[in-house]
Ligand binder design. Structure first.
Ligand SMILES: [Ca+2]
Ligand SMILES: [Ca+2]
Ligand SMILES: [Ca+2]
Length: 232
């Protein structure tokens, strides 16, 4: 009997131990799954929330970017349409004392300046102005149908020979002692200054231009009227 009681006690203890283990297992098991489900669930939900948010943000970012690009294009188009694409046209080179370098269509060695069109679109210069007087920006107006080709160069003779039949001839000259020459926008655009170049005293037959074309600082360069500027 004693052995049997001990046997029963042992079985009971085993059962208790087993149940404890099972409970522990159940306790542990749910904990793990709960934790597993909770973590992925919790992370998953925020992730899901974050992903759409990111997507939305990307879309939101994309929309304004597209709109910005469109706006830029519209602006450029507007400027082209109104001939105010002038900001893309700059004074690129000049010679204030031309003695032997290049003659105008009339055979005279006169002062000249070169414009350069930075854009890939031809620009109509009609209605824009050149001046060497800060208080008279509308000194000389580009005649009708004056156009500078895309990424092109255009030479204006500064010889006060406005009646000349061939070539563009402004009604002022450049001083070899140095001065300022200004490219001015149309009346419709308030005659705003589009480019202004101030130069010091110039050597005879010496060209002063941007390097590189259109964007660089002015310096003494090889004379290249109507062609890309070149370092001396
Ligand atoms: Ca001169
Ligand atoms: Ca001339
Ligand atoms: Ca040039």
């Amino acid at each position: 009997m004693l052995k049997f009681q001990i046997f029963l006690v042992a079985i009971l203890m085993s059962c208790v131990a087993f149940m404890s283990c099972e409970r522990a297992g159940q306790m542990a098991a749910p904990m793990v799954p709960e934790a597993d489900t909770a973590e992925p669930g919790n992370t998953g939900q925020p992730d899901d929330m974050v992903v759409p948010e990111d997507v939305v943000e990307s879309d939101d970012m994309g929309m304004p970017e597209d709109m910005t690009e469109s706006t830029d294009i519209v602006d450029m188009t507007d400027m082209d349409d109104t001939s105010a694409a002038a900001p893309s046209v700059v004074i690129n080179e000049l010679m204030a004392d031309n003695d032997t370098i290049v003659a105008d269509p009339q055979g005279d060695y006169d002062d000249w300046l070169e414009l350069y069109n930075l854009s890939d679109t031809a620009v109509m210069l009609t209605g824009m102005y050149l001046s060497d007087k800060e208080d008279e920006l509308t000194q000389w107006e580009f005649p009708e149908n004056t156009q500078i080709s895309a990424n092109g160069y255009l030479v204006v003779w500064l010889d006060d020979d406005v009646d000349a039949a061939e070539g563009l001839h402004a009604n002022f000259k450049l001083s070899k002692d140095g001065e300022t020459v200004i490219l001015v926008g149309t009346d419709a655009h308030g005659n705003r200054v589009l480019d202004r170049v101030t130069f010091e005293a110039q050597e005879t037959d010496t060209a002063y231009g941007r390097l590189p074309d259109g964007t660089g600082n002015f310096q003494v360069v090889q004379a290249t009227p109507g062609a890309p500027n070149m370092a001396q």
